[in-house]
Design a protein around this ligand. Structure first.
Ligand SMILES: Cc1cc2nc3c(=O)[nH]c(=O)nc-3n(C[C@H](O)[C@H](O)[C@H](O)COP(=O)(O)OP(=O)(O)OC[C@H]3O[C@@H](n4cnc5c(N)ncnc54)[C@H](O)[C@@H]3O)c2cc1C
Ligand code: FES
Length: 360
């Protein structure tokens, strides 16, 4: 009797497996598919992983600041054929125009049939780098500088302001970090990483990462970078770890002899949140073209702070004149960036001259 039940159960399982295989074939999931990129590169792919992972397996690295959780919206690319319907998880990130043009979140699209996609050429330059942590420094109680020596490839060519992605080993977590170092010192990359309470990547960096550890970075990414052909006056505004890309931009301008007039506002709560103050004050002594304005929103009595006090938006508003001919570089939380843009608009900045990196 028991034997008969087992035979029936096995029979049912075989039928279910056969149905699943047929369904998979009908959906085009199992066999080889062709992925055509920018009408020139053809990649045969098998399986039905996401477009993001499929591209990454073929060494094409699309920005993916949330690691594929559909929360960053960074992994967009245009799918001309073979993507299927837009998923609800994609909707918050796609404008009406993008939907019309076939823009999709590559982390949400599965490669189930032949597919034609378009990727901006600059993204094809992003690579995976094997690195070794060569230096770690506490900049404040919750911000660390981490230097990575590039082992293979040995050089990352990036524009000052761009970012890299760090893969946390052991757990599939990928996070974006702006490159804080000089773009011409490109055999090493410095990142400035602020601890987020209970944050997966930042807890790893702050509690476990050690000099000598091997880490994978990808990059460079991003359209936030210094407009090198411009000669406009610059206003830079950052808070917290937002200092990272501005530091890279300023180190580049310093080596050019600071050819442009730059005013740099840095917002922090109290004195213990300030870092690299000496470095930037020295720079302002060296170049009269450069002004550094750190501002504290809640200075403590023991801070004995003689500098600017107030929200960074109020300080910028107070100390800024007409910005019609200026260029702005903003870096920090979405809230800070939105508030700063409102202030800059009051000072007549042109929309096309505002560049920002949202650390969302
Ligand atoms: C283009 C870009 C550049 C960036 N550059 C830098 C940089 O130079 N330095 C840097 O420190 N970070 C930077 N970030 C932010 C970084 O990518 C991570 O989001 C951040 O470090 C948190 O990662 P986590 O894994 O520790 O936290 P998660 O595990 O992702 O988050 C844990 C919890 O904290 C919340 N959370 C996430 N981020 C923040 C935050 N910043 N503040 C408060 N709460 C948060 C989340 O909503 C979640 O609830 C950048 C982000 C982008 C998109
Ligand atoms: S990787 Fe973040 S939305 Fe796709």
């Amino acid at each position: 009797m028991n034997y008969l039940v087992v035979v029936i159960l096995v029979g049912i399982l075989i039928v279910i497996a056969a149905i699943l295989i047929l369904a998979e074939k009908a959906l085009g999931g199992g066999g080889e598919k062709m992925l055509v990129i920018n009408e020139e590169k053809v990649i045969p792919v098998s399986g039905d992983d996401t477009l993001l992972n499929t591209l990454s397996a073929h060494k094409i690295f699309i920005p993916s600041a949330c690691g594929g959780k559909a929360t960053c919206g960074y992994c967009k690319c245009r799918v001309l054929e073979g993507a299927g319907e837009i998923k609800p998880t994609e909707l918050p990130f796609l404008s009406a125009k993008e939907k019309e043009e076939g823009v999709r979140l590559s982390c949400q699209v599965k490669v189930r049939e032949n597919m034609k996609i378009e990727i901006p050429n600059e993204l094809l330059n992003a690579q995976e780098y094997k690195t070794r942590v060569s230096y770690i420094e506490d900049l404040t109680y919750d911000i660390k500088l981490v230097r990575f020596e590039l082992l293979d490839p040995k050089v990352m060519k990036f524009k000052p302001g761009q970012y890299a992605q760090l893969k946390v080993p052991g757990i599939e977590v990928i996070r974006a970090y702006s490159i804080a170092s000089h773009p011409e010192k490109n055999n090493e990359i410095e990142l400035i990483i602020r601890q987020v309470p209970k944050g997966l990547a930042t807890t790893f960096v702050h509690k476990a990462l050690e000099v000598g550890d091997k880490i994978i970075l990808t990059g460079p990414y991003g359209d936030f970078y210094l407009q090198e052909d411009s000669t406009r006056d610059m206003i830079c505004i950052a808070g917290g770890s937002g200092k990272a890309p501005i530091r890279s931009i300023l180190s580049y301008l310093r080596d050019q002899g600071m050819p442009r007039k730059v005013k740099y506002f840095f917002g922090a709560k109290s004195k213990r949140d300030l870092y690299y103050t000496e470095e930037f004050l020295e720079l302002s002594k060296e170049f009269p073209n450069f002004t550094y304005i750190p501002a504290l929103s809640e200075p403590l009595p023991e801070d004995d702070w003689k500098g600017e006090v107030g929200l960074i938006t109020d300080v910028v508003d107070r100390l800024t004149g007409d910005l019609t001919e200026a260029e702005a570089y903003l870096c920090g939380s979405p809230g800070m960036i939105n508030a700063c843009i409102k202030v800059l608009n009051r000072h007549e900045i042109r929309k096309e001259n505002v560049f920002f990196d949202n650390f969302s």
